[in-house]
Design a protein around this ligand. Structure first.
Ligand SMILES: *Cc1c(COP(=O)(O)O)cnc(C)c1O
Ligand SMILES: [Zn+2]
Length: 401
C-alpha cells in the first residue's frame, strides 16, 4: 500500500485522489510506502530479469502493468575515456536503450499503468520531445488517447516522428516548454485529462529504478551518480529510490547526486553554487541539448534536497563541450547518445579537471537518450559522405590509398 505525501508540509493524501501538487501548500508530492512493514527479499529480485518491474514491490501499480520491457539497460565501463580522464571506474548507464530510446519509458510504464488504475482514459503532457515520444508509445500499448504539447520548432526530429507514428494528438505551441507545461497543467485540471509530466509523482516511481539497476549491475553503491538535469525529475527519482533502500536496510550509504545543466539553462546550478533556498527561473533557456532546455525545473525542490543531502554538486557545460563529448562517446566508446545525455559525462570531465571531484571515485553517468533521437544535430556536426562516380578509380582516389 502507498499514499501521497507533501515534501514540504508533510500532509498525506489517499492514493486514490488525483493530485499533482499539495492541496494544502502547493508544493510537490511524493509516493510513500509502509517500508517498515515490508518484507523485501533482494535474492528473489535477482531471479527476475533486470527491468523496472524487478522491483515491483516498491512500485505503486497493483495489477498487470502496461509494459514493453523497459529498463535492463546496459551499464558500460568507459575504460578508454576513463583512462584519458584519469578515472579508473567511470561508467555510463545507457538509457537510450529503452523501448522508445530514453529513460522516460521507465516513468511511463508506471505512469500509464497508474492512469488505468485510476480510471483515466486520456493522458497528456508537455514535452521537449522524449516525454511525448514515450507517452505516445505507452498510450498506444494501453489503447488510450494521448495529447502532447510541444514547443514549436524546438523538438528534435526523431522525437516528433515517434509521437506522430504512435498516434498521439500532437500540438505545437508558439512558446517554450515552460509555457507548454503550464497550459497542459491547466487543461488537465479543468478537463480531467491525466497529466504525465514529471510533476506526477507516479512517473518518478518508475524512474527511481535506474538507481536500483545501477547497484545490481555494479554489485554495490557507486560514490557518485551524475545526471543531466532539465525538469530535475530524474535526479530526484534516483535519490528517492536509494533513500528507500536505506530505509529497507539494503544499503547504508548514498551516492553523491550530481546534476549537470547546459550553460544557457542552469537554474539548479546557480541555486547550488550560490546556496539559494530555491531556483530563480531562467526566462530564456537556450541550448543545443533540447531535452534540458528548461528554465523553470518543476522538481527543483526535490533536486536541491537530493544534491545537498548527499554532498553532491551541480555544474554546467557549454554547448561546445556537450557536442564534443557526444562525438567522443561515439568514437571512443561506441556509445551513441543525444546531446543532453552527453552533458553528464562532459560535466564529469569538467569537475575532475577543476579538482571538484576525486579521480579515485567510482562514478556512474546516466546517459539519458539515444543518438537517433536528434539526427539533425549530428549531421550538422559531421562532414557528409563524399559522393563519387561508381567506379573503382574514383573510389581509390577518394580514399587516397
Ligand atoms: C527528460 C530528459 C532529460 C532531463 O530529465 P529531467 O528529469 O527533466 O531532469 C535529460 N535527457 C534526456 C534525453 C531527456 O529526455
Ligand atoms: Zn503541503
Amino acid at each position: 500500500m502507498h499514499h501521497l505525501t507533501c515534501v514540504s508540509c508533510g500532509a498525506t493524501f489517499n492514493a486514490a485522489q488525483i493530485l499533482y501538487q499539495c492541496p494544502v501548500c502547493g508544493h510537490l508530492l511524493a509516493v510513500e510506502y509502509d517500508l517498515d512493514r515490508m518484507e523485501i527479499d533482494p535474492r528473489a529480485w535477482k531471479e527476475r530479469p533486470l527491468s523496472v518491474w524487478r522491483y515491483r514491490e516498491i512500485l505503486p501499480v497493483s495489477g498487470h502493468p502496461i509494459t514493453l520491457q523497459e529498463g535492463g539497460t546496459p551499464l558500460y565501463h568507459l575504460k578508454r575515456m576513463g583512462a584519458e580522464m584519469g578515472i579508473r571506474e567511470l561508467y555510463a548507464k545507457h538509457e537510450g536503450m529503452n523501448p522508445s530510446g530514453s529513460f522516460k519509458d521507465r516513468g511511463m510504464t508506471v505512469g500509464v499503468s497508474m492512469a488505468l488504475q485510476l480510471g483515466k482514459n486520456t493522458v497528456a503532457c508537455a514535452s521537449t520531445g522524449n516525454t511525448s515520444a514515450s507517452l505516445a508509445v505507452y498510450a498506444a500499448k494501453a489503447g488510450i488517447h494521448a495529447v502532447v504539447l510541444l514547443p514549436a520548432g524546438k523538438v528534435a526530429l526523431g522525437k516528433v516522428a515517434q509521437a506522430l507514428i504512435h498516434g498521439a494528438e500532437a500540438i505545437s505551441i508558439r512558446g517554450n516548454f515552460d509555457q507548454a507545461l503550464e497550459m497542459v497543467h491547466d487543461l488537465c485540471r479543468s478537463h480531467g485529462l491525466y497529466l504525465l509530466n514529471s510533476i506526477n509523482p507516479y512517473r518518478l516511481e518508475g524512474q527511481k529504478t535506474i538507481g536500483f539497476e545501477i547497484l545490481d549491475q555494479l554489485g554495490g553503491v557507486p560514490d557518485r551518480i551524475v545526471l543531466p538535469v532539465g525538469n530535475a525529475g530524474n535526479i530526484s527519482a534516483v535519490h528517492k529510490g536509494l533513500k528507500e533502500y536505506i530505509t529497507l536496510g539494503l544499503i547504508d550509504t548514498l551516492p553523491m547526486m550530481t546534476g549537470i545543466q547546459a550553460e544557457g539553462s542552469r537554474p539548479i546550478v546557480d541555486a547550488i553554487q550560490r546556496g539559494l533556498p530555491e531556483v530563480i527561473p531562467e526566462r530564456h533557456p537556450d541550448t543545443v541539448a533540447t531535452a534540458i532546455r528548461i528554465g523553470t525545473p518543476v522538481n527543483a525542490e526535490k533536486a536541491l534536497a537530493a544534491i545537498r543531502q548527499t554532498g553532491g554538486t551541480a555544474e554546467s557545460v557549454t554547448d561546445d563541450e556537450i557536442l564534443a563529448m557526444q562525438k567522443e562517446l561515439a568514437r571512443k566508446e561506441g556509445i551513441g547518445v543525444e546531446p543532453a545525455s552527453a552533458a553528464s559525462v562532459a560535466g564529469v570531465k569538467k569537475l575532475v579537471e577543476s579538482g571538484k571531484i576525486d579521480r579515485k571515485e567510482r562514478i556512474v553517468c546516466v546517459v539519458t537518450g539515444h543518438l537517433l533521437k536528434d539526427p539533425e544535430t549530428v549531421v550538422r556536426q559531421c562532414k557528409p559522405p563524399l559522393e563519387i562516380d561508381a567506379d573503382l578509380r574514383s573510389l581509390l582516389s577518394a580514399l587516397r590509398l
